[in-house]
Design a protein around this ligand. Sequence first.
Ligand SMILES: Nc1ncnc2c1ncn2[C@@H]1O[C@H](COP(=O)(O)OP(=O)(O)OP(=O)(O)O)[C@@H](O)[C@H]1O
Ligand SMILES: [Mg+2]
Length: 255
Amino acid sequence: MIRIDRIRKLFPTREGEVEALRDVSLHVAAGEFVAIVGASGCGKSTLLRMIAGLIPPSSGQVLLDGSPVTAPRAETAMVFQAATLLPWADVLRNVTFPLRLMKQAGAGTEARARALLATAGLTGFERRLPRELSGGMQQRVAICRALLQEPRVLLMDEPFGALDALTREEMSLELLRIWQGREMAVVFVTHSIPEAVLLADRVVVMSPRPGRVAEVIEIDLPRPRSFEQEALPAFQAAAQRIRALIYGGRLPRAA
Ligand SMILES: Nc1ncnc2c1ncn2[C@@H]1O[C@H](COP(=O)(O)OP(=O)(O)OP(=O)(O)O)[C@@H](O)[C@H]1O
Ligand SMILES: [Mg+2]
């Protein structure tokens, strides 16, 4: 469904060009859950923005169902590293905004939005403005907004980074429940290795400067997943392998 084909990304800066990504290729099947991990600055957000059609690759291409992604698409939704809510619109209007913008809001839209907000623990906050919420609550609103679009591709850039540990665990299980109920490919960037292993079918480990795919690790754990699985040898082995790749100094450095 998503095919990333030998992309390279150069950013012009005052000190010359920065090579953010080099020769990155990846395939994500329909309905697959892929996590991306790697050190800060290795190009995870850049990669996600290119899949979303927000920035173009310098060379190579991103294909969605075989056609090049050159602009944002209705079937793709993104949750950014920091919540990006409309400051003047209340929670409910923020969540329904993309559907209203695309003229896809219907009779059931508000009820579905309220139900999603309820699962995110935001019942009673529907009429609040973003500035009246905590950072974690704002991020939960942004997640609800993405899910309401029922995207075929959900791109999430460290969506739980601003949440406390407990909410983070609840939200990741909730995300899995929602994902299991529909055909939705998820590309999920995280700094948390256990989170990546818990959620994903495959974990893509990226190496820094320039960002490349170091290794793709299959997570062979039954679904539905639960935190009890963290004790399983398969979980530990996958997490250990990822840790070794990221921190073990065994990442291939580009010349
Ligand atoms: N608009 C830009 N202009 C110049 N350089 C950029 C731009 N965006 C990203 N970069 C550079 O590209 C590289 C990758 O950045 P990116 O934000 O994709 O990393 P990341 O893996 O998401 O990091 P983090 O984990 O800290 O969010 C970095 O070296 C960054 O400085
Ligand atoms: Mg980032």
